[in-house]
Write a protein that binds this ligand. Structure first.
Ligand code: CTP
Length: 400
């Protein structure tokens, strides 16, 4: 997503500048070309050399630098930028951006650029709450800028409130979202399910599976980064919510079924990446089951097949339905049976025993099988990339 993208990173004078170093580093590692422009205030917190060392590119601090890389630097950077990210953005820099002032290299570049603007405020809670700041942020929003945060927590002043610069992973999510707003899924609603459901045995125990939820989360992020509005029905227990994705937390198969059926009427596509329990304890005990030393049998009842339940909803001209098939043997044959049985548009089958495709991995090797039972074997890819390959198919199906 970020590879080859030209990011102008504006850094303004806040103690949160130290976090911008990490952002510059992660962007560079992701393959982006990062041009940092620092305000005078920012140079009082962190040196330009620190950014230069991380981005391997010149850092702009002076609008009148005779040794600048470009002839008219602010115009060149403004023209080349795919995105301008101001992180951290101080109260003062936000006010200047809102007014279109141009009294330093960053604001001059911003006002000379057509690129989307992402502003990540960092300040004390009272400064953030001030009507002037709120009005300036609203003005930027109305002009199409994306405002990322601020987060809530302990601030440098010692106060607790809204004012913290978002953390790097969140900022990266916002950047990917902002870059992808006009993508091929813009205006589409994609419902994704993720994680392994947990079926209660008693108040302290559950029947569950090894699904981490990573595949579904990667899919949700990939869909967001192509412009979709994403609803993530999640039974994952240990993953942070992806920024700009609506997360609907669930635990059991029945809760997941209810949540999915409630959201699919507005959906263009449903992608069921969740590992849904096929059986649940017939009835959960009200109190903790005590150890007796004797054999214990727990009767199980079948759960509703969620994908199958959406079949009636979809109908002609309905939404695209994509399933996953986690198999330990006869991968293609079993997956083809599921395509037909659940009348799916596409299934992503993965052999859970193959290397790099196990539960909790960041990679996956899947085989795609469509409604006509055509088979495409994908190589080992990151889960985000697998998500994109699935979304290529979804986008194509939605165009027809
Ligand atoms: N699925 C579902 N509702 C269920 C069980 C599964 O919607 N109660 C979905 C899964 O999210 C997945 C697809 O159906 O997208 C296939 O799931 P899988 O567990 O591989 O297949 P099952 O149909 O449960 O068959 P089996 O467990 O016998 O392999």
């Amino acid at each position: 997503m970020l590879s080859g993208k030209r990011v102008v990173l504006g850094v303004t004078g806040s103690i949160a500048c130290y976090k911008a170093l990490d952002l510059a580093s992660k962007l560079t590692q992701a393959g982006a070309l990062v041009d940092v422009i620092m305000s005078y205030g920012a140079t009082q917190f962190v040196t330009p050399l620190a950014f230069r060392s991380l981005t391997h590119r010149p850092v702009v601090t002076d609008a009148f630098d005779a040794n600048a890389e470009y002839a008219v630097e602010h115009v060149e950077l403004a023209r080349q930028a795919d995105i301008i990210v101001v992180a951290p953005a101080t109260v003062h820099s936000i006010a200047k951006l809102a007014l279109g002032l141009a009294d330093d290299p960053l604001t001059t570049t911003a006002v000379a650029s057509q690129a989307p603007l992402l502003v990540a405020p960092a300040m004390d809670a009272d400064m953030f709450q001030h009507p002037a700041t709120q009005e300036n942020l609203e003005r930027l929003r109305l002009r199409g800028a994306v405002i990322a945060g601020p987060g809530r927590g302990r601030l440098a002043s010692g106060l607790t409130g809204y004012g913290r610069l978002l953390e790097t992973p969140e900022l990266l999510g916002y950047i990917a979202y902002t870059l992808g707003r006009q993508g091929d899924l813009a205006g589409r609603v994609i419902v994704v399910s993720a994680g392994g459901t947990a079926e209660p045995i008693d108040p302290v125990r559950v029947v569950t599976n090894h699904s981490s939820g990573k595949m579904g989360y990667a899919l949700a992020e990939a869909a967001r980064d192509r412009g979709a509005r994403v609803v993530l029905v999640s039974a994952a227990r240990a993953l942070p919510a992806p920024p700009l994705v609506e997360v609907v937390p669930v635990a059991t198969a029945q809760q997941m079924c209810d949540a999915v059926l409630a959201r699919t009427p507005e959906a263009d596509a449903l992608i069921m990446a969740a590992a849904v329990a096929d059986y649940r304890p017939l009835s959960a005990a009200d109190q903790k089951i005590k150890k007796t030393g004797a054999e214990l049998n727990i009767p199980l009842a079948p759960t509703t097949d969620i994908l199958a339940a959406t079949l009636g909803q979809a109908g002609p001209g309905g939404f695209v339905r994509v399933g996953f098939a986690a198999e330990s043997e006869n991968l293609v044959a079993n997956a083809k049976t599921k395509v037909t049985a659940k009348s799916l548009d596409l299934i992503a089958a993965n052999d859970i025993t193959s290397e790099g495709s196990g539960f909790g991995a960041d990679t996956n090797r899947v085989t795609l099988i469509d409604r006509e039972l055509n088979v495409e074997e994908l190589p080992l890819l990151t889960k985000y990339e697998v998500g994109n390959r699935i979304l290529d198919r979804v986008a194509r199906l939605l165009r027809h």
